[in-house]
Design a protein around this ligand. Structure first.
Ligand SMILES: [Zn+2]
Length: 140
């Protein structure tokens, strides 16, 4: 399935980013999905959850953000292509409303990792001092 291969790429980037930061788990990850792709956000989340099982991202919350499509024409027109009004209804033939020429889709075909959230691991070796600072002044 289409989504699985994209999901694998996204997950491996997320795991790489986490290990670069020395994190042993991922709390959350956000993916951007262009509306001009055929990718179904719910299916993408489902795939990611399935393949993230038994990885450091197993417990991660997965969020999706929709990227609105934009098209550009040589004449200078730029805007949202009307032929993409139906979610998932990708029409490759986008016409410029100004001059009638074929316009290029410049945004909306993305499907990528936007960000990850990892635990703050940089202070793991000196928690006592930090904890004391944090609780000071907050009545229990
Ligand atoms: Zn034009």
């Amino acid at each position: 399935m289409h989504e699985i291969s994209i999901a694998k790429g996204i997950l491996s980037r997320a795991l790489d980013a986490a290990s670069e930061h020395g994190a042993d788990r991922i709390d959350a990850l956000t993916i951007e999905i262009g509306r001009a792709t055929h990718v179904n956000p719910e299916q993408m989340v489902f795939c990611l959850e399935a393949i993230a099982d038994s990885t450091p991202a197993a417990e991660a919350k997965i969020r999706t953000e929709t990227i609105q499509p934009r098209a550009e024409c040589d004449c200078g027109w730029e805007g949202a292509p009307e032929s993409l009004d139906l979610p998932g209804g990708f029409a490759p033939d986008i016409r410029c409303p100004d001059c009638g020429q074929r316009a290029d889709l410049v945004q909306g075909r993305e499907c990528r990792l936007a960000s990850i959230e990892i635990p703050d691991v940089s202070h793991d070796d000196k928690p006592p001092a930090r904890r004391a600072d944090e609780v000071r002044g907050s009545p229990s």
